[in-house]
Design a protein around this ligand. Structure first.
Ligand SMILES: NC(=O)C1=CN([C@@H]2O[C@H](COP(=O)(O)OP(=O)(O)OC[C@H]3O[C@@H](n4cnc5c(N)ncnc54)[C@H](OP(=O)(O)O)[C@@H]3O)[C@@H](O)[C@H]2O)[C@@H](O)CC1
Ligand SMILES: Nc1ncnc2c1ncn2[C@@H]1O[C@H](COP(=O)(O)OP(=O)(O)O)[C@@H](O)[C@H]1O
Ligand SMILES: [K+]
Length: 462
């Protein structure tokens, strides 16, 4: 899986400890972190009146290093602290700052604000007065920078433990943490930049990286490129959107089985009308089907439940979306191998109940218990495999929050599954292409527009 690792606070501490055991000096690492952050602020900032807020721990220590280095480069810097520095490294960094240290609660605002109050060591919300002061200083600043994390966000979940202001730029130190990508915390940062500290970061969780696709080989034909079957239901538009997305995903061939026949194209999709369940059973029995999609527009009545049973009885890798997920929650049937579930928040709760932990933890538990790859959708989509690997997609266009975009994603997922036969890879590729198509569509698009943007999104990743 490609992409930058995402580490929890505890994993970050372990990686840091491993680096210390391997000979890295503790204070030297703070210097590296502070230098990297100062460089980013220098490049992105206005080089004007700057206030650096320093907390008691190593995040505050980073702040003192940043203040010293910006001052050396001619930026007018003031430092304000919340209290004394408590760690040896932070005390050393503070000793390296040759200016005064103001009291944060009475310090005047500045054009640029650097928040180095708390990072991965935050254990509870900031006191109300401190959080209010931070928000006030941030509101008054033209540019705001968060060092490692905005102070007040829970590192591992992205929850807000106290009031947190909006930041223009957050400098993630060493690795991304869940709060950089999970909402609500991720929504409080306009731009996220990673500062590489050169430490080894083992993790099964990554930020979703760009899809890496290949064009069909010279010897390929429509069946070797993947056959997708889509079962339609009560609302034909949804399964049509999904079928067209599958057809534009790079798959070789798409068949749609439904009660209706569409009045318009694309004519490349083969439509088969059926009247009873036995007919569908026969239609989906084709061994060449590489992915069978059920759910978009399926409905929730007995007929829909029977169609889902047909799919579950087939041996094809399934992509279950929308109504199929709601119906699945009422059943206790195993899924065929290599299947993919694509729930949004409501469907996830119906299917898996209330699970503990962050969205990453919940997606991972769901993948493990269902044996399927789970795409837990939203502004932060978490893709989890049963073996524990996870990719987190963040920063996608919020214009995706419109009807039918989930149907397009489901079709794309089925298409990529038929092409790759690898459910985790297919899910990652589909989520990436969906997000890129949305970016190309700009503002106020409808789900149908995504279909037209798909070939360009694919071409960009060949
Ligand atoms: N990992 C790496 O590779 C590197 C990490 N680096 C940096 O280290 C940062 C982590 O540092 P850290 O562990 O010292 O934690 P940090 O966030 O500064 O705060 C902990 C202190 O705050 C206190 N405290 C907590 N909550 C509080 C509250 N609500 N209100 C008041 N106090 C509260 C807490 O005390 P306690 O919870 O015990 O009361 C403790 O004293 C990391 O984010 C990055 O910036 C880089 O320097 C080098 C490379
Ligand atoms: N605010 C948002 N920002 C980015 N992506 C979003 C946002 N809201 C929804 N999405 C994405 O849009 C799609 C919506 O899917 P879904 O909820 O199933 O909608 P529908 O059923 O109407 O097709 C998902 O891929 C989801 O990740
Ligand atoms: K911070």
């Amino acid at each position: 899986m490609t992409g930058v690792p995402i580490l929890t606070a505890a994993q970050m501490r372990q990686a840091e400890q491993a680096a210390f055991r391997a000979g890295t000096d503790e204070y030297a690492l703070m210097e590296i972190a502070g230098r990297a952050a100062a460089e980013i602020i220098w490049r992105a900032g206005h080089r004007r009146d700057t206030l650096v807020l320093c907390g008691p721990g190593n995040n505050g220590g980073d702040g003192f290093v940043i203040a010293r280095l910006l001052k050396e480069r001619g930026v007018p810097v003031r430092v304000a602290a919340l209290c004394d520095s408590r760690t040896a490294s932070a005390q050393r960094a503070r000793a390296g700052w040759d200016g005064p240290v103001e009291d944060m609660m009475i310090a005047a605002p500045a054009v640029q604000l650097v928040d180095a109050l708390f990072g991965t060591g935050l254990s509870r919300g900031l006191e109300d007065a401190v959080a209010a002061r931070l928000c006030w200083l941030a509101e008054d600043a033209a540019l705001t920078f968060a060092v490692d994390l905005p102070s007040g966000v829970e590192t591992d979940s992205g929850a807000l433990l106290s009031a947190v202001p909006h930041f223009g730029l957050c400098i993630a130190l060493g690795a991304y943490k869940p709060a950089h990508l999970l909402h609500p915390a991720a929504g409080l940062v306009d731009r996220l930049v990673l500062a590489d500290l050169g430490i080894e970061l083992p993790s099964h969780v990554h930020r979703l990286g760009p899809a890496e696709l290949t064009a069909p080989g010279a010897d390929s034909h429509k069946y070797t490129r993947g056959l997708v079957a889509v079962i339609g239901g009560a609302m034909p538009g949804a399964s049509l959107l999904a079928s067209i997305a599958a057809a534009r995903s790079g798959a070789g061939s798409v068949r749609r089985y439904a009660h209706d026949l569409p009045s318009a194209g694309p004519h490349a999709i083969v439509h088969r009308q059926f009247d009873d369940i036995d007919e569908v059973t026969g239609l989906v029995s084709d061994e060449r089907v590489g992915a069978l999609l059920v759910g978009p527009g399926l409905g929730l009545d007995a007929k829909a439940a029977a169609l889902l049973d047909v799919a579950l009885s087939s041996a094809h890798p399934l992509v279950l979306d929308a109504d199929a997920l709601t119906l699945l929650a009422r059943k206790d049937r195993p899924l065929p191998p290599d299947s993919i579930l694509t729930p949004h928040e409501g469907e996830f709760h119906r299917l898996f109940g209330v699970l503990p932990g962050s969205k990453i933890d919940r997606a991972r538990s769901a993948a493990r218990s269902s044996g399927a790859v789970v795409i837990y959708k939203g502004p932060d989509s978490v893709i989890a495999a049963p073996d524990g690997r996870v990719a987190v997609a963040s920063g996608m266009s919020s214009w995706l929050s419109t009807a039918g975009t989930g149907d397009v994603l489901a079709g794309l997922v089925a298409g990529r599954l038929a092409v790759t036969s690898d459910p985790l890879r297919a899910a990652c590729e589909a989520v990436w292409l969906h997000g890129d198509a949305a970016r190309r569509c700009g503002a106020a698009f409808v789900a149908d527009d995504l279909l037209d943007a798909l070939p360009a999104a694919i071409a960009a990743r060949l």
